[in-house]
Design a protein around this ligand. Sequence first.
Ligand code: DC
Length: 215
Amino acid sequence: MTNETFTIAIDGPAAAGKGTLSRLIAERYGFHHLDTGLTYRATAKALLDAGLPLNDEAVAGKIAREVELAGLDRDILSKHEIGEAASKIAVMPAVRRALVEAQRRFSTKAPGTVLDGRDIGTVVCPEAAVKFYVTASPEVRARRRYEEILGKGTAADFDAIFEDVKRRDERDMGRADSPLKPADDAHLLDTSEMSIEAAFQAAQSIIDAVLSRNA
Ligand code: DC
């Protein structure tokens, strides 16, 4: 982060609403936005496409160094199998080192940046001007994902989604390198009983207060 850049770090588990919140914040302040999950997904997809193994750290690290942040396509990368593969390679220090370096470079863009992921406030941008930890109960997150899939006209199995959310949490929170956890100075936004719109209003008040202090 440079002095001229205002960085907002947003972390939290899958389906807590941090993606939507990050996009709303980036739009509101005219900041660049990076969904860092897409960088792990792009690495996983490149491995899958090339028929390379998901358990070879040296190979995965090399592929991670080649990921282009400009070419990340959410529609293609949002597939379930890619998310599963991403969560496996995200435990590898060589992959994390390569992607964190690219994410840090992105975070210095002027006039400001919003990065969302699992380790932004703790590892990628520990000096971020504002940090949020967005969470919701596993049931609520599974319900949201279930309704999102149904909304697309696709069949969905709530129990399978619920198990998947819990398994993903365990992997993200239990890994040795950069586990998912709130930074000590993160503002907690629990969206279990709060709409994303209300979370956005709360986030905005916090950001505005910091911006006016810095002005
Ligand atoms: O948020 P997502 O589902 O797109 O993330 C895909 C995987 O990448 C997920 O299992 C956690 C991992 N990830 C990570 O380890 N660190 C980040 N900063 C972002 C995502």
